[in-house]
Write a protein that binds this ligand. Structure first.
Ligand SMILES: NC(=O)c1ccc[n+]([C@@H]2O[C@H](COP(=O)([O-])OP(=O)(O)OC[C@H]3O[C@@H](n4cnc5c(N)ncnc54)[C@H](OP(=O)(O)O)[C@@H]3O)[C@@H](O)[C@H]2O)c1
Length: 304
């Protein structure tokens, strides 16, 4: 058995943060023989006969593991569409035969998927990290994005016990683990599904910088919802926000200054798009006797 690291980021809708979880699992080791890449210039797009559905899945690297995932996913969600992003066209005919719609061409600007799993190994492409970013950009943020890796980053080479809490190899000790740790970091950064994560990834955004945003942490949105549910109100409207509205520019200045992200945001370039609003929910807080755990986006950044 070979250990696989699975980093999952995902799921939920609003606002500044969703804390990603990391899981680990095992897979069988019957690997396919590795083909030689050919025809890299022939970029074939997905053949779309119907719109992307709520349970459709993109498998980046539909090899041994990815094909097994496709099979199981279809058992879970009969009728769903499964797509496969590959490095070459070498296996496209095989993939079509087993019902995986193959492509060489990234579709992040045109088609996004609710579920994406990255099963491509690090040693077949020289653009592994770039491909991982492309894959994450193909995810629409709704279902999940799962990244499969290896147990190599765990710092344990003496036959000792190793579990999810085992420290990882420090960066710089080995190029093999550096590649995997960097990949993990990229994926976890995509797990911050707030607007700041999208903008950070884009670098330059065509929106005006002074538009005001109102934020709430996912955990606070959840705790507020539970509070309302428990109190059994009828016909009432409550408001959820952190009472610290920030402009787009202020938000990204906080991100850049935090030192918590490997990328740097560049700029907003918009000038005439609409402005926003400044929310305050003091009445909701008072009535529900509820306060957010994260008092502001700045507070949240201090905690990560
Ligand atoms: N020791 C370990 O920890 C261990 C052991 C086995 C597997 N794993 C992990 O398990 C996962 C899957 O492995 P596997 O054995 O199923 O792989 P595999 O059978 O070799 O299949 C690889 C697939 O990925 C595609 N691919 C390769 N690089 C790509 C890229 N950069 N972008 C898009 N597609 C790419 C290939 O495309 P083509 O069809 O064009 O070739 C192929 O479809 C990987 O994360 C691997 O690292 C880990």
């Amino acid at each position: 058995m070979n250990a696989l690291g699975l980093g999952t980021v995902a799921n939920s809708t609003v606002n500044y943060h969703y804390k990603p979880t990391t899981l680990h699992t095992c897979s069988s080791s019957n690997l396919n023989p590795k083909p030689t890449p050919l025809s890299l210039s022939m970029a074939t797009p997905f053949n779309l006969s119907q719109p992307i559905g709520h349970h459709d899945l993109l498998i980046v690297g539909p090899g041994t593991l990815g094909r097994l995932v496709a099979h199981k996913w279809r058992q879970e969600y009969p009728g769903c569409q499964v797509f496969g992003q590959t490095l070459t066209i070498n296996h496209h005919d095989e993939l079509i035969q087993i019902g995986i719609n193959p492509s060489l061409k990234w579709t992040k600007d045109t088609i996004k998927f609710p579920y994406v799993i990255f099963c491509a190994p690090p040693y077949q492409s020289s653009h592994y990290h770039a491909d991982l970013r492309e894959a994450a950009l193909c995810w629409n943020g709704e279902g999940s994005f799962v990244f499969t890796s290896s147990s190599a980053p765990y710092d344990c080479n003496n036959n000792g016990l190793c579990d999810e809490d085992t420290p990882v190899v420090p960066i710089g000790r080995s190029s093999r683990t550096d590649i995997l740790l960097k990949a993990e970091q990229i994926v976890l950064e995509f797990g911050d599904k707030g607007a700041h994560a999208y903008w950070l990834e884009k670098g330059i955004v065509e929106s005006r910088p002074d538009h005001i945003l109102n934020l709430i942490h996912y955990e606070d949105a959840a705790s507020l919802s539970v509070t309302v549910l428990k109190k059994q109100f009828r016909g009432r409207i409550f408001l959820g926000c952190d009472n610290h509205p920030v402009s787009r520019q202020e938000l990204m200045d906080l991100v850049n200054k935090s030192g918590k992200f490997s990328k740097k945001f560049e700029k907003f370039t918009g000038t005439d798009d609409p402005l926003g609003k400044r929310l305050n929910n003091s009445r909701t807080r008072q009535e529900l006797e509820w306060e957010p755990k994260y008092s502001s986006f700045a507070h949240f950044l201090e905690t990560i």
